[in-house]
Design a protein around this ligand. Structure first.
Ligand code: 3PG
Length: 306
């Protein structure tokens, strides 16, 4: 049984060592494809793999076609919009994610980005404090929940919008539930975005919605670039010189955003939400364990294409 770990953005060494221990300890073979520059390299490497572990690497119909022996794909992370589910399902390939394993890293980055924007990207000049400000959390899953907890500890007033979250979760966290997405944006000095990229959410953060944000507000996106209507965002930032945008996933139009809006916008050089030693270990080892449990016991708890 060959398990291929294909990571254009590699895991930290400690995580790779841990994955190797789990895979080889179960009697399977580990193959590594790291920092590959060409999608053709993945097509070649996947040809004789029984299982594939990835991060944001794209599992296209061509990858599925090339992976003739593939039985399982595990996305070491939360969002699986990079995996072509219909192709996998059609071939009987089980697809899983590792929910919650890298959430803390992403949540810490979201809070850090709020402070970074409040303090003018650490440039000279007078900034503001996040203490006492209103934070709206757009989607209250594993990451959103942690962002809320940390923000509350820093004195922010936290509310959330998530029609899919159970009321008990909000009650347990004592977080105000907002009943419409418009109301969330209209009443938040900061909005932290945690929605997945789906056909419904793509480009849903558009001019109309974002223009509801109050004076001086900042949008912080550690989710996906696809949820932003970039044309609308550019138009809005031009119309509203008080607004700010920080993202962990550079926009397609990031060069234009930087040129036009300078320190009112910020994008990390490369998506780094889950780029901590801890998150690499948590998500990488969970993925390896899930592969082994699947082969040994048929365990499919985290399957996303049932
Ligand atoms: C996720 O969906 O888990 C995050 O976006 C992390 O993505 P990465 O593994 O590419 O860092």
């Amino acid at each position: 049984m060959k398990i291929l770990v294909a990571t254009e953005k590699p895991f930290a060494k400690a995580a790779v060592d841990g994955i190797r221990n789990i895979v080889e300890g179960a009697g399977y073979e580990l193959a590594l494809l790291e920092k590959y520059a060409d999608a053709a390299d993945l097509l070649k490497a996947v040809a004789n793999a029984d299982a594939l572990i990835i991060r944001s690497d794209k599992v296209t119909p061509a990858v599925v076609e090339a992976g003739r022996k593939l039985k399982i794909v595990v996305r070491a992370g939360a969002g699986y919009d990079n995996v072509d589910l219909p192709s996998c399902t059609a071939k009987g390939i089980v697809v899983m994610n590792t929910p919650g394993q890298n959430s803390n890293a992403v949540a810490e980055l979201a809070v850090g980005m709020m402070i970074f924007m409040a303090r003018n990207q650490f440039q000279p000049g007078t900034g503001t404090e996040i203490n006492g400000k209103r934070l709206g959390i757009h989607a209250y899953g594993n990451v959103g929940r942690l962002v809320g907890r940390y923000a509350k500890a820093m004195g922010m007033k936290v509310s959330a919008f998530d029609p899919y979250a159970a009321p008990a979760v909000f009650e347990a966290d004592d977080v105000e539930v907002v009943c419409s997405v418009d109301a969330l944006y209209a009443n938040s000095d900061y909005v932290s975005v945690h929605i997945p990229a789906t056909p419904e959410t793509k480009k849903s953060l558009n001019y109309d919605l974002l223009s509801k944000m109050p004076k001086g507000a900042a949008l912080v996106n550690t989710a996906r670039k696809e949820v932003i209507d970039e044309e609308g965002l550019i138009r809005l930032l031009a119309d509203r010189p008080d607004l700010k945008y920080a993202t962990d996933i550079a926009a397609d139009a990031q060069v234009e955003l930087n040129e036009k809006f300078g320190s009112r916008v910020f994008a990390t050089a490369k998506k780094m939400g889950a780029e901590t030693a801890e998150a690499n270990i948590n998500a990488g080892l969970a993925a390896a364990r899930q592969v082994v449990e699947f082969f040994r016991k048929g365990e499919t708890r985290f399957q996303v294409n049932k």
